[in-house]
Every structure is written in structure tokens, then in C-alpha cells.
Ligand binder design. Structure first.
Ligand code: SF4
Ligand code: SF4
Length: 249
């Protein structure tokens, strides 16, 4: 059992725009490249050129076909998935050795691989499938929010952001302090009705997802877009509920 620190004022995290993500996987590849050479060490692959390759990826992008309905045409939804750096993460509290921990200073959830015994309790506790076990090293790994980039004074200031954010060609990924209501990411979440993933579980993810905007549709099928382009909750919930169901499979 590992104790959680009191909630931090600073809550670093990602805001991911499901409206503009094009499913190119640039974020996942940039993540793998940076972290394999950084503090997280090798993100190992097994049978990479075989029939069933498998390996450690901190960020995975899933694509779903969404059937037409509610006045919306059929579409493809791309859903990047990584650790959400939850406020009350059971992945930390179930850890028997203290290897999983949440930083009091900025809320980032990390794994100390020297303390990890590979019991996998944290991966059972995480409802988002964000933990990645290295069969080769026998330890658990996860997104570090590029902690070795964002505070790194040896790289240009504009590069002090997670590799996935810097690589995204669609600008679908944003990084910042979600504990500060006046930060750019907080304002973006407020303007676009950003939402938690599976809030009913009570893990209180720091990362937020911005829902897709309504697509073209037959006249009269879809309510007019409000002036500020915000969606109301009754429009958002069906999509997020659907995404939750898809994730839970
Ligand atoms: Fe832990 Fe999963 Fe939340 Fe990340 S997303 S903090 S691994 S419970
Ligand atoms: Fe989506 Fe950006 Fe990742 Fe490409 S790099 S999959 S557009 S979030």
C-alpha cells in the first residue's frame, strides 16, 4: 500500500483534441523514441517483425468506426491513450513497494523501476490500460509526461514539453498546468467542454479529452452550433459513454 500525497496545486497534464486527431501515430512513435533513450530506459519490443509483435508503448492510438446516428454521418474516431496522471490513482495506492508514486510538486505519476517487483497489481488497478509491463526487464513502465524534457534546462525552452505534444502535426495535443484555471490548457478545456474519461470511477484524471465537433448533416438534423462553438453536455455524453464502452472491452 502506497500513500498518496495531498492534492498538488500544480497539475501537469495533457489535453487531447478528438476533433483534430488524425490517427497518424506520430505521437506514439515520438514517445517511444524519446523515452527509449531517456529516463524510462528501453521500451522493449518482442517479436517486432513476427506475426504478433508486442512491446512497450506509453502512448497508443486506437481508431474506431462510429456508425451514423443522431443526425451525424458515419465517421472514424481516433483515440490516443496514455496515462491520465489521475488525482486519486489506485495504481499508486495498490503498489506494495512504493515503486508507483505521485509527485506532490506537480502531480505526475511515476514508477521507480528499482523498487518495482513486477507484481502487476498497478496494471490491474488502472481502468485505462495505461500501465505497460516490460517482459524483458520484468518491471512496470508508464508515461512519465516526459519529466526529463519539461524541466530540462539543456534543451531549448520551446522544446520543454512532452515529445508527443511537440510531434503532433495536427496540434491535437496540448500540455500545461490544469490546476491553474487561467492556463491555456484550462481555458481550452472550458471553451470546448473538455471531459474526464470514465469519471464515475472516481480516479479524477488530470488529462482531459476535447470531444469532436458535430459534422455536417442533413438540414434540420442537428442543433445549430452555439456561437462559442461549445457543445452542451447532452451532446457530449453519448460519445463519451460510447468511448468508455469501447475502452472497457
Ligand atoms: Fe494510474 Fe492508470 Fe490513472 Fe495513469 S491512468 S495515474 S496508470 S490509474
Ligand atoms: Fe493524433 Fe496528433 Fe497523435 Fe497524430 S500525433 S495520432 S494527430 S494526437
Amino acid at each position: 500500500m502506497t500513500m498518496l500525497p495531498p492534492p498538488s496545486a500544480k497539475k501537469l497534464g495533457l489535453v487531447i483534441d478528438l476533433d483534430t486527431c488524425v490517427g497518424c501515430h506520430a505521437c506514439a512513435v515520438a514517445c517511444k523514441e524519446w523515452n527509449s533513450g531517456g529516463v524510462a530506459g528501453p521500451l522493449t519490443d518482442e517479436d517486432p517483425y513476427g506475426a504478433e509483435p508486442f512491446g512497450v508503448w506509453f502512448n497508443r492510438v486506437h481508431s474506431y468506426e462510429v456508425a451514423a446516428g443522431d443526425g451525424q454521418p458515419a465517421s472514424t474516431l481516433h483515440f490516443p491513450r496514455s496515462c491520465l496522471h489521475c488525482e486519486t490513482p489506485a495504481c499508486v495506492s495498490v503498489c506494495p513497494t512504493g515503486a508507483s508514486y505521485k509527485r506532490a510538486s506537480d502531480g505526475i505519476v511515476l514508477v521507480d523501476e528499482d523498487k518495482c517487483i513486477g507484481c502487476k497489481l498497478c496494471s490491474w488497478a488502472c481502468p485505462y490500460g495505461a500501465r505497460e509491463y516490460s517482459q524483458v526487464e520484468g518491471v512496470m513502465k508508464k508515461c512519465t509526461l516526459c519529466v526529463d524534457r519539461i524541466y530540462n534546462e539543456h534543451i531549448p525552452e520551446e522544446s520543454r514539453q512532452p515529445a508527443c505534444v511537440q510531434a503532433c502535426p495536427a496540434r491535437a495535443r496540448h500540455f500545461g498546468d490544469l490546476g491553474d484555471p487561467s492556463s491555456a490548457v484550462s481555458l481550452l478545456v472550458a471553451a470546448r467542454n473538455g471531459a474526464d474519461l470514465m469519471p464515475e470511477l472516481g480516479y479524477r484524471p488530470v488529462n482531459k479529452y476535447l470531444p469532436p465537433r458535430p459534422r455536417r448533416a442533413a438540414e434540420g438534423d442537428v442543433p445549430a452550433m452555439p456561437k462559442d462553438e461549445a457543445l452542451d453536455a447532452s451532446q457530449l455524453n453519448p460519445l463519451l459513454r460510447w468511448l468508455d464502452r469501447a475502452l472497457s472491452r
